[in-house]
Write a protein that binds this ligand. Structure first.
Ligand code: ADP
Ligand code: MG
Length: 713
């Protein structure tokens, strides 16, 4: 019934406002447009670069620029920008008009957009973080066109701007962005995977990883957001008493979508479709006022660009509807946080998904081998995967309500686990008979896809039918790093498995695969966990298995500067040691800055909002009136006085801690802030939230959780 209502809603709104076929890709310089507007030889060369990673033939750039220019002007755009993903949060753009300086002499608009403007730009980049990679005397940074991601036009208000997806590098060629390592990691993965495929007897032009990103978010009324300094300055609530209802009734998940929310969603989808972002699903999430959207998966580089774009579009479009979008991992205490489920797979240019179970015995064995590659990589580099999601907001989410813990493990489901166990311990003989096929359990495999419904939702890294879903990724995070890390880890594991397989390859291929699995699976088995990741038992069990359990971003980031990890990224040409260290430096700076902002915001809210309100309440309520001295009132008054003085004293303590904090360098400050400032902040919160339970709403200075989360319930 609910489903039906929901579907009718979609059909109705789309029918009213847009024609999906007409609108989709209307603002993208897509393949279709390229084919129509470029000479065949130029088009073919460009596609070679896009599909097969061939180096761009610079001689075609002029023709491509000309075609882009004509298309853009017809669309009514006036400006262009190299659109890139600096190491700070968000994306960057500096708009330049198409007007050329000759306009002045001629007195009429002269439009200029040549290959030079298309290929490279030099934004005044000195204020983007470089983690020490760029000293001021060589402060120049360059953006360079990434021809593998299509250019598009962004409409914002009345403006229309041509955006050219670009990488961002320093004068000396160091990567200053989050896209470059992702592109480099895809290259490494291509080489290593092709090598293993070749050993298995398959030739392929190119492989790449695929990404489908499910994006969770909260949507709240703008008025309430405006009244909460903590949400505005830090993205999360630093105080706020739990709502009596919270998500206890669990009635929000997949419920009917509210009309005002649906209007926002449709408007967002409309803008997204124009630039070819293929959003397909939308639904209510578990927490009140929490929602999710997911596009169809694509090449990891493009899917990453599109997720970035969505994260920029969401707040902008929400405001048109009187809402504010919260992308923070844990905006509210005691209800679910938001993640970004990172669905990952590897695909050949011929369309074979390496994590597809396959249709026959040969394919199934290869599938199992690729699963072992993944397990091997995740087991060996679990710490790095944890580091790839080390962002401050995740500290409050991982291991809390309905989020995977800081321990990385892999869910495979019982069927695949049993088969791998059987292979590891079994005697597969010559492995050619049906008996062996059945005794290893391989006849069960085709059913695994159908088994999806009971898959484990608590796992941070789960096999879900034909892909792996990395669920520890935070909702506000760029997907560039997590996927560059997975690609690199996989490249190494592919190489290691190739080496073992070569050793066994001296006759029957299937036998060699079985022998390879038999050799490696027992070593990597500790990473497989099919049970409840939220349980206490698992934490103890993981320790026994020797799996790392890292609970803060500060600790997880330390992993980046370990020699073994620097060597890994250098070996696969994904990040130089200098670039990795720079990222560490930037992350420490960001973490310590954020901790300081949070502490100062809390002090501000307590001193300027809560304390004056409590005093007003004391005054207005008559509680301190002599004549009110009856036992029960005395008791209440004593309680409130105690809470109030604790609140005041711990806020003063936090101020003292901040004075110490401010004398430290970034790394020490990040550690001190993570452990000392945050624990004091939690203490303050407990007093404030307790007081909130006593003070009438018209005196309490900030919108409550009931206001914010349940206003439309
Ligand atoms: P869920 O039940 O977790 O929402 P879905 O089947 O709806 O799972 O898929 C979630 C996401 O996974 C979607 O973005 C989808 O496009 C993506 N996905 C599906 N197949 C692949 C694949 N081979 N590689 C990467 N992502 C994929
Ligand atoms: Mg999912």
């Amino acid at each position: 019934m609910i489903q039906l209502f929901y579907l009718c809603g979609i059909i109705h709104t789309i029918g009213d406002n847009m024609n999906l076929k007409e609108i989709y890709g209307i603002n993208t310089f897509s393949r279709k447009v390229m084919k129509e507007r470029l000479p065949k030889d130029v088009y073919d060369k460009l596609i070679q670069t896009i599909e097969n990673g061939a180096v761009l033939d610079i001689s075609i750039a002029g023709t491509v620029a000309q075609a882009i220019k004509e298309w853009t002007l017809e669309k009514g755009a006036t400006h262009y920008t190299h659109w890139f993903q600096p190491l700070s949060r968000g994306t960057a753009e500096k708009h330049d008009s198409f007007l050329s300086p000759e306009t002045l002499n001629n007195g009429e608009a002269i439009i200029k957009f040549t290959k030079n403007e298309l290929i490279q730009a030099e934004p005044d980049a000195s204020s983007f973080p470089s983690g020490g990679m760029r000293s001021t005397f060589e402060a120049r940074g360059y953006t360079v066109w990434d021809p593998t991601s299509p250019v598009f036009i962004i409409e914002n208000g009345v403006s229309k701007t041509l955006c050219i997806p670009s990488i961002f590098t320093s004068y000396t060629g160091d990567a200053l962005d989050k896209k470059t390592p992702l592109l480099r990691s895809n290259k490494a993965l291509n080489i290593s995977t092709k090598k293993l495929l070749k050993l298995l007897g398959h030739e392929t032009k190119r492989i790449h990883s695929t990404l489908g990103a499910e994006q969770e978010y909260f949507l709240i009324y703008k008025e309430y957001y405006q009244m909460r300094p903590d949400l505005r300055l830090t993205g999360r609530t630093l105080i706020g008493r739990e709502s009596p209802r919270g998500q206890k009734l669990e009635d929000h998940y997949f419920g009917t979508i509210r009309t005002d929310v649906l209007d926002f969603m449709v408007d967002l989808e409309k803008e997204a479709y124009k630039i070819s972002i293929p959003i397909t699903t939308r639904h209510n999430e578990v927490a009140p006022s929490q929602f999710e959207l997911a596009p169809i998966f694509e090449n990891v580089n493009i899917a990453n660009d599109k997720n970035k774009l969505l994260m920029e579009m969401m707040p902008r479009i929400a405001r048109r509807h009187g809402f504010e979008v919260l992308l923070h991992e844990k905006p509210f205490k005691a209800v679910n946080g938001s993640g970004k489920h990172n669905n990952y797979s590897i695909m050949t240019s011929e369309g074979r998904n390496l994590f597809d179970i396959g249709n026959n015995y040969d394919e199934q064995l290869e599938f199992l081998l690729f699963v072992c590659v993944m397990l091997k990589g995740v087991y060996k580099r679990a710490e790095l995967l944890r580091a790839s999601v080390a962002i401050p907001g995740n500290d409050f989410r991982l291991g809390a309500n309905e989020a995977p813990p800081g321990i990385i493990s892999v869910f495979l489901g019982s069927t695949i686990t049993d088969i791998l166990d059987n292979i590891a311990k079994g005697d597969h003989g010559d492995a050619k008979t049906d008996d062996v096929f059945v005794s290893l359990g391989l006849d069960q495999l085709p059913h695994v896809k159908l088994d999806n419904s009971d898959r484990n939702r608590t796992s941070p890294f789960a096999f879900t039918g034909n892909k792996f879903e990395f669920r520890a990724v935070g909702s506000s995070q760029s997907l560039g790093f997590p996927n560059a890390f997975i690609n690199t880890i996989m490249s190494e594991a592919m190489d290691e498995v190739s080496e073992i397989l070569s050793k066994h390859l001296n006759g029957d291929k299937n036998l060699a695969i079985l022998d390879t699995i038999k050799e490696i699976y027992p070593q990597i088995k500790p990473i497989v966990f099919n049970g409840n990741n939220y349980s206490e038992d698992w934490v103890n069990e993981a320790v026994k298995r020797g799996l790392p359990n890292i609970s803060t971003a500060y600790d997880a980031l330390q992993v980046l500067i370990k020699d073994e990890n620097k060597q890994l990224f250098e070996k696969y040409n994904v990040l130089t040691s200098k670039e990795l260290t720079a990222r560490y430096t930037i992350d420490m700076d960001h973490l310590s800055s954020l901790l300081e902002i949070e502490a100062n915001t809390l002090i501000y809210m307590i001193n300027n909002g809560i304390i004056p309100s409590v005093l007003r309440y004391f005054n207005d309520s008559g509680l301190f009136n002599e004549r009110m001295s009856i036992a029960v009132v005395d008791k209440l008054r004593d309680e409130l006085i105690e809470l109030f003085s604790n609140l005041k004293n711990s806020t003063d303590d936090l101020k003292d801690l901040l004075t110490q904090f401010q004398k430290m360098d970034d790394v020490h400050a990040a550690k001190f802030g993570t452990y000392e400032l945050r624990s004091k902040m939690e203490e303050i919160r407990a007093y404030s939230d307790a007081l909130e339970g006593h003070i009438p709403e018209d005196i309490w200075p900030y919108p409550t959780y009931i206001d914010i989360l349940h206003s439309a319930d």
